[in-house]
Design a protein around this ligand. Structure first.
Ligand SMILES: [Zn+2]
Length: 186
């Protein structure tokens, strides 16, 4: 899958993509993709900035004790009583999946402007293709505040599907939004 990374050769974060990180990305993507394939119909895409430094939503071997996205989504959906593994299955049953704009390790970049350029570049060269497979699926962004893609550079058909914006630390209202979404569509 080296081809995937070569698409990002002009990304401002590409030089940070070493073999160790690539191996981690492969592992995390395969965990994510197994949840994606178990999801019968994808009803909502949560879009993050990039896979984090050392823990990942879909990797149960990485811990989210009482912080981070897996924990805060669990709280938002009222599922704190579930184990992490049960929670990921419940998200998959709901049709909610998490994708990221970037494969490159954006957490290693220093300034937000460069991070935004990298998130935009990575999204357009790599993740755009995945998201395009779900053309009418609503997207809610979960970017860290003042970060994420540069909206003006994102194709209209993707921007049009963005129905909400949360932050990485606070997804209040997402559960209500999801309920509205499925009642309208069912
Ligand atoms: Zn990149």
């Amino acid at each position: 899958m080296n081809n995937k990374y070569s698409k990002c050769s002009n990304c401002p974060a590409n030089h940070l993509l070493d073999d160790k990180r690539k191996a981690l990305i492969e592992r995390w993507e395969s965990k994510r993709d197994s949840y994606l394939s178990r999801t019968k119909k994808i009803k909502l895409i949560l879009l993050g900035e990039s896979m984090p430094a050392s823990r990942y939503f879909y990797d149960l071997e990485t811990d989210y004790p009482e912080s981070g996205l897996r924990y805060s989504l669990k709280r938002e959906f009222g599922k704190l009583d579930l184990s992490d593994s049960q929670f990921l299955i419940s998200m998959s049953r709901k049709g909610i999946v998490l994708l990221d704009c970037a494969l490159c390790p954006l957490h290693q970049l220093y300034d937000n402007v460069t991070k935004r350029h990298a998130a935009t570049y990575c999204f357009l060269t790599i993740t755009h293709e995945t998201i395009s497979k779900f053309p009418d699926t609503p997207i809610v962004t979960v970017f860290p505040s003042n970060r994420g893609w540069l909206k003006s550079e994102i194709p209209f058909e993707i921007r049009y599907n963005v129905k909400g914006e949360c932050t990485f630390s606070d997804q209040s209202g997402l559960s209500d939004f999801y309920k509205e979404l499925i009642t309208k569509k069912l």
